[in-house]
Design a protein around this ligand. Sequence first.
Ligand code: THU
Length: 137
Amino acid sequence: MTNEQLIIEAKKAREHAYVPYSKFQVGAALLTKDGKLYHGCNIENAAYGPTNCAERTAFFKAVYDGEREFEKIAIVGGPQGDEADVLCAPCGVCRQVMMEFCNPKTFKIVLADGKDKWIERTLEEMLPFGFGPENLK
Ligand code: THU
């Protein structure tokens, strides 16, 4: 699947966001190594802290299904009702969740806006010197 196709899926996921507080909708589309696709959206909470980001929603759905090997994720985010016009970077907690399940040298993060701009970075570029399962072996 191309990055452009994955971004279209992230935009679809964004429509599912539950964001009564921030009104900032984020969608993610996560591709497994064997080609399965998982969508995620941000899900907010009145107590704020329990809010789950779009990226983690996608990962947790996939991990529940037994998936453990991932190729890339596309992320699109912006104010509700608008086309996202800036790139939405994953928060530190989401980067750490990626570190649990992904090879930082090969897993790719595609940041996209609502138009046709996107960039791709490895997890290692987004989370240098990350702490992960290898550190506990
Ligand atoms: N958010 C995400 O879902 N992913 C990101 O990469 C950044 C932030 C959400 C959390 C919250 O619901 C809203 O965006 C504003 O922070």
